[in-house]
Design a protein. Structure first.
Length: 555
């Protein structure tokens, strides 16, 4: 039944009975709603009837149901062209040709729409005949309704709908002026008879519209230039481009073997275009064939140089070589190729890659420099300088020893001792911290830290360092002496101790805490509350900090 209705619709369409054809196709679709051919045929009927918006909807439905069918894109392109949306029409024809490269109907449609764009020169042309309801509007107006008795009138309107540039040659036909009067709502016939200037039908464009129009014109110009370049190509070069497009489609689907065959064919057809070789290299890179990737990129660069290729393409090839060497862990050669790429074009992505490889090389250089035997010799030289009171020379030797063996905690302790003698307490304290991170139970490291803090007059912190040393070795006489000295300083100069403590950011933070102030007030009025508060580890740590700073004392 659906097939019979379709055949009847086809007959009505051929006879020019468009409304009847639309009705029959609609009935057929009710029986077979997923039949792409029916949507395509009804789109054609709508277009013939001047209902271009409906034609476009059916064409889009056709493409949605069968996206690989060229005729659907042909219908879509025609409908868009009738609506004056020529750039979109061009894209529809091009998309159809991606699926059916040999479709003559699509090729012809593409040629026509490109010719329109070139003729228009990117200018904004208002086509009063391109509206979706033009035919209905003309049939409803008494001035134009009678004109439909002549079949040539409808053909005239359809011609002006598809090609607004033809209007200039048709103005001598009085029916055109009558039609324009009806469509624009302006008495053009009277104005023409009286010799008046035609009325303005468009308002002045806004700055934003002007900017958008400029961009559109630039895009159209670019398209025209690209088309001109394409038209000037030989048949072999055009075929090579077609092979490349097929290769790109396969590459996106990760069908690398198919992509490789297309790229190789493109290179055979046009051996002067370096992009085919970089595309081949891209496939080898994905297949982890890095040597082959490098070989193809090198060949691409040679061909690019010979044929004066864009420097950005040369840069891209060098970057791909660099990435291949990165994967092969040949970082120095990767660095060299990234630098060559940047010499051609300063790509932000390549700059980032260069920074990454330079970081890797620095780390490798650092690791290669490590030699515990050399470190031990430098340490002995440093010890000799230290015994002779040549502390600056000792620092140089210990620094070299640290570079040679950065995981030896004792080297940092030795250099900290030198910094202490040179009164460079900040540097010495930093070395002590590193030393104790590497070896937390190193007694001498805690004693060094205590001496430096003592020299910085931070007696409470120094006391804590000495206490830690004594916990590790109760017989450490240096730690015991230092601890007693700190206690004496605290007792003799309590005000100075408090002043130093108040300058400590950590102490300041504790004292600004409202909860801690409340706890301290409670402890002052009720000393027994201390035991309860010490059960909270966070509060206990803060109280211990205040005790170490000398701000509070527990009796």
């Amino acid at each position: 039944m659906s097939s019979a209705l379709k055949d009847q619709g086809n007959a009505a369409l051929s006879a020019g009975n468009f409304d009847e054809a639309i009705r029959l196709y609609t009935e057929a679709l009710a029986l077979d709603p997923n039949n792409h051919v029916l949507y395509s045929n009804r789109s054609a009927a709508y277009a013939k009837a001047g209902k271009y918006s409906d034609a476009l909807k059916d064409a889009e439905k056709t493409v949605a149901i069968k996206p690989d069918w060229g005729k659907g894109y042909s219908r879509k392109g025609a409908a868009l062209s009738y609506l004056g949306r020529d750039i979109e029409a061009q894209k529809a024809y091009e998309e159809g040709l991606n699926h059916e490269p040999s479709n003559e109907q699509l090729k012809e449609g593409l040629r026509e729409v490109r010719a329109k764009l070139v003729t228009q020169g990117g200018a904004k042309i208002m086509n009063p005949f391109a509206g979706p309801d033009v035919m209905a509007k003309l049939k409803a107006n008494p001035k134009t309704a009678a004109l439909f008795s002549d079949p040539s009138y409808q053909q005239l309107i359809q011609e002006l709908q598809s090609n607004p540039n033809a209007m200039a040659s048709k103005l001598s036909d009085p029916r055109v002026l009558t039609t324009l009067s009806v469509l624009l709502g302006v008495d053009i016939e009277s104005a023409a008879a009286e010799g008046d200037e035609p009325m303005e039908t468009e308002t002045s464009p806004t700055p934003q519209e002007m900017q958008e129009e400029k961009k559109r014109q630039e895009e159209l110009q670019k398209q025209r230039e690209e088309q001109a370049k394409y038209d000037a190509l030989s048949a072999e070069k055009k075929q090579a481009l077609a092979e490349k497009e097929q290769g790109n489609a396969a590459y996106k689907k990760k069908n690398f073997e198919v992509a490789l065959s297309h790229y190789n064919k493109a290179a055979e057809l046009d051996p002067t275009d370096m992009t085919y070789y970089t595309n081949i290299a891209a496939v080898y890179f994905e297949q982890k064939e890095y040597e082959k990737c490098i070989e193809q990129c090198t060949k691409a660069i040679e061909i690019g140089r010979e044929n004066r290729a864009d420097f950005k393409l040369i840069a891209k090839a060098y970057t791909r070589i660099g990435n291949s060497y990165m994967k092969m862990k040949n970082y120095s050669t990767a660095k060299l190729n990234f630098e060559k790429s940047l010499a051609e074009f300063r790509s932000p992505e390549t700059k980032t890659l260069l920074s990454q490889v330079e970081s890797i090389l620095r780390e490798e250089e650092r690791k290669a420099y490590i030699n515990p035997e050399v470190a031990e010799k430098e340490k002995e030289k440093g010890n000799e300088f230290f015994r002779n009171g040549q502390f600056a020379d000792a620092v140089k030797c210990y620094s070299e020893a640290i570079k040679r063996n950065p995981s030896d905690a004792k080297l940092y302790s030795n250099r900290a001792a030198c910094y202490t003698k040179l009164a460079a307490f900040d540097l010495g304290l930093k070395d002590c911290e590193t030393c104790l991170e590497l070896e937390p139970n190193f007694v001498k490291g805690w004693i060094r830290k205590g001496k430096i803090l003592q020299g910085m007059r931070q007696y409470s912190k120094a006391s804590s360092a000495y206490q830690k040393a004594l916990e590790l070795d109760s017989n450490a006489s240096e730690a015991l002496e230092g601890y007693r000295a700190c206690l004496l300083e605290t007792s003799a100069n309590p005000e100075e101790v408090r002043k130093n403590a108040m300058a400590d950011p950590e102490v300041q933070k504790i004292l600004r805490d409202p909860a801690m102030r409340m706890i301290l007030e409670q402890m002052q009025s009720d000393p027994r509350a201390l035991q309860d508060h010490l059960k909270n580890p966070a509060v206990a740590a803060k109280i211990q900090k205040l005790i170490e700073s000398g701000l509070i004392a527990i009796h």
